[in-house]
Design a protein around this ligand. Sequence first.
Ligand code: F6P
Length: 347
Amino acid sequence: MAAARVIGVLTAGGDCPGLNACIRGVVGRAVQTHGVEVVGIENGWEGLMHGHTRPLDRNAVRGIVGRGGTFLGTSRLDPYVHGDGYASVRHTIEANGIDALVVIGGDGTLRSALRLAEEGLPVVGVPKTIDNDIAATDVTFGFDTAVQIATEAIDRIATTAESHNRVMLVEVMGRTKGWIATYSGLAAGADAILIPEVDVNIEEVAEVLRTRHRHGHSYSIVVVAEGVRLPEGLGGGTATQGLDAFGFERLGGVAYRLAPLLEQLTGFETRVTVLGHLQRGGTPTANDRVLATRFGAAAADFAVAGRSGIMVALRGTELVAVPLADAVAEIRGVGPELYGVARTFFG
Ligand code: F6P
């Protein structure tokens, strides 16, 4: 593939802390190091489908490394769900002279990036999501910040739980995987952590809480991942508010289904806090800023070198290129070793 002279960059899907740092990484490396032009595409795939773009130079990305969200905007619109794939973005690509596209997104976005690459558009993917569920990279940026926010929130909830002798269920994001729940629960010393990877046994959770209370601790924290599914005997399924524009379930509220069940089994007053979008907003941690900047700079290098159909990934301490096809083949869940360590401290 020929070396790129004009790179397009977009952020698609749910936002996460570190996106601005990543765009800055792409622009800084492309413009300063390679002397290549960058075109910013607004509101994700939507801007690519409708021709909403703006030139990005070094000045356009000054002062944004620590800012949350994405200054380019994002959406859950998709060329393969809401358009005809490459045909629906071709006019924007040609009108801007874009010869390589850097796509910063989660699994849904990266799947569409792969299909565009297969249709002939040079594409380099960058993994981002607070969910940390993309198998081909050791970690995604946004995760560290979300874990930090959730941990701080659980620490705060624990003190009011203690004052009132309550059981508090704290529901965190993560869609189908329990990374944020396991990390923040472990870090905050949760008394139980419920994740989609492990079948819910409500009687076991109740017993953990009863034992804890018998040992003189009259409050407890249970971290619940939003994607947890209840067993059929408890009504089955999770809690959703329909589907989003992409077709994903809009999760949230399963802790409200669990709370009365636990209260009934234990007799302990039980309350719920759903952390929701707090986990995605605001300033990224230093780790996420650094990782996102490195991902962006590497993506620019790969795009300028004419690479396509690949995603930037962290393996150990090195950044590597992995085939996009491998990157979207599998969603990674929490393994037994990590969950086992967290479980050691339940109760
Ligand atoms: O994928 C990131 C994520 O924050 C999930 O954890 C969550 O289920 C989903 O996005 C929420 O998306 P939205 O902001 O579109 O409701």
